[in-house]
Design a protein around this ligand. Structure first.
Ligand SMILES: CC(C)(COP(=O)(O)OP(=O)(O)OC[C@H]1O[C@@H](n2cnc3c(N)ncnc32)[C@H](O)[C@@H]1OP(=O)(O)O)[C@@H](O)C(=O)NCCC(=O)NCCS
Length: 225
């Protein structure tokens, strides 16, 4: 499959909202459109997509075309170290990110905050079933590692995906409090766990994926996106 990795746009947000059940079938993962829009609007530089390359179908609307092509997406944003936002809570997301980043300075971390306490939270990675088996999840995550200035990452692993995240250098939270365990189980599912990246492993992953990433970057340039 030929692919293009590119920044997310507002059409993608609508598509991702409409196909969310393909990737997150359980009802408790459902999120409102406003939440998706906030994820994108509050930190667009952390939101990326992968399209499969297809012949253009001129009879289709741009949204239909978008839905055909988009195979993977990632939403990320800065968040407080060792914390994670509530699911489907647009207000909490807005207030949290707004208190961290300065939109007028290209989404830089606000001056008064200690940068050591801020990480990039991988809010949502999804590869549609049609795109699975091509390494797209790893390619997109590695791309994020490359393009963002902040190099500390965290996430909540759901749907038994912790093995996938370990392959990218993430480690399980070793000593979660009882409160955190209950919260995760209640809102994210019994298997959910908080994970953080290990910088030493991450370097190894960078290295092994370097060739792939270089060819992707060439792809981006040639596609004029
Ligand atoms: C999890 C997900 C993002 C992985 O993306 P992907 O493109 O399918 O995976 P990749 O091709 O990049 O990586 C493949 C590797 O990850 C492993 N992997 C993929 N999904 C996995 C999972 N759920 N649990 C454990 N390992 C997994 C594969 O076995 C494979 O390992 P190998 O190279 O040793 O054979 C994708 O399956 C998905 O979107 N799932 C539904 C949404 C989801 O659960 N997202 C994660 C939320 S935290």
């Amino acid at each position: 499959m030929d692919i293009v990795i590119r920044p997310m746009n507002v059409d993608d947000v609508r598509t991702i909202y409409e196909v969310q059940k393909e990737m997150f079938p359980a009802d408790h993962f459902y999120e409102e459109y406003a939440v998706f829009l906030n994820k994108f609007n509050l930190y667009p530089i952390g939101c990326w997509c992968i399209d499969r390359v297809m012949e253009n179908d001129k009879n289709k609307s741009s949204l239909e075309n978008n839905k055909d092509k988009l195979v993977a997406h990632i939403f990320t944003h800065p968040w407080f170290k060792d914390e994670f936002p509530q699911l489907n809570n647009s207000k909490a997301l807005l207030e949290g990110i707004d208190s961290i980043v300065d939109k007028s300075r290209n989404y830089e971390i606000k001056n008064h905050l200690n940068r050591d306490n801020i990480v990039i939270y991988l809010n949502e990675l999804g590869v549609r079933p049609i795109g699975r088996g091509y390494n797209l999840g790893r390619i997109l995550t590695n791309h994020l590692f490359q393009v963002l200035d902040i190099k500390e990452f965290s996430l909540v692993s759901v749907q038994n995906s912790s093995g996938f995240w370990k392959s990218l250098g993430f480690e399980l939270d070793q000593n979660p409090t009882e409160q955190r365990k209950q919260y995760l189980a209640k809102y994210y599912g019994e298997d959910a766990c908080f994970m953080k990246n290990n910088t030493i492993n991450k370097k190894i992953q960078f290295h092994s994926n370097l060739q792939q990433i270089k060819s992707l970057i060439m792809n981006i340039k040639s596609s004029k996106l």
